[in-house]
Write a protein that binds this ligand. Structure first.
Ligand SMILES: O=C([C@H](O)CO)[C@H](O)[C@H](O)COP(=O)(O)O
Length: 208
């Protein structure tokens, strides 16, 4: 299982610092959606230039104009770009077309899809995304009673490659791996740690 760090900060200099601290221990550097909104697509170029050996994931969460938005992110240097799994099929198809043009990967973010998630995961996989991200966003995580357990069954049931994001910690990363995920996405557990490098290293050490 790969480890992806979500650089969920609003300033490029903070993102570059977090990337520098953690790159040694992670496989994928994710520009979080707020970072891309705050700093623009040039932030993708800057992170890729600083870490050409890492996969750079642009969490565009595209909901419309799939081909245009994915093309912009790939042109800026992204290796992986997200499209909303809840978007129109043509939006997903468009993002996939841009991915094929650049020889890169599109990931469908399944955030907000709770009912019939397995069925939608299968549909977007047939539309050509490389994998799906089974995801509880920060607002869902803040709801009383949230646990990551709500994310652990659907990937295996759908029978397609998937990542998991939703507040992964050192206490939950083993369960994420056991669920069959190919990528674990960790944001807050690394970003909010007193020592982000040590937190990333600890998460990586728990992956078999
Ligand atoms: O995608 C994310 C969220 O929607 C904010 O953009 C996070 O990067 C993702 O959830 C991982 O962060 P944590 O949940 O804090 O681990």
């Amino acid at each position: 299982m790969k480890l992806q760090v979500a650089l969920d900060v609003a300033k490029l200099d903070q993102a570059l610092t977090l990337a520098r601290q953690t790159a040694e221990y992670v496989d994928i550097l994710e520009l979080g959606t707020p970072l891309i909104k705050a700093e623009g697509l040039d932030a993708i170029t800057a992170i890729k230039a600083a870490h050409p050996d890492k996969l750079v994931f642009a969490d565009m969460k595209t909901a419309d104009a799939g081909e245009l938005e994915a093309d912009l992110a790939f042109t800026a240097g992204a290796d992986l770009v997200t499209v909303m799994g809840a978007a129109d099929d043509d939006t997903v198809r468009g993002a996939v077309a841009a991915g094929r043009k650049h020889g890169k990967d599109v990931v469908a973010d399944m955030i907000t899809i709770v009912d019939d998630r397995v069925a939608r995961i299968r549909e977007v996989s047939k539309l050509g995304v490389s994998f799906v991200e089974i995801h509880a966003g920060l607002d869902e995580q803040a709801k009383p009673g949230y646990t990551i357990d709500s994310l652990l069954d659907d990937g295996k049931q759908a029978g397609v490659p998937f990542s998991i994001a939703g507040g992964i910690t050192a206490a939950s990363i083993k369960a994420v791996q056991d669920s069959g995920a190919t990528v674990a996405v960790a944001g807050g557990a690394i970003r909010s740690a007193e020592d982000p490098a040590a937190a990333a290293k600890a998460l990586k050490s728990l992956i078999r």
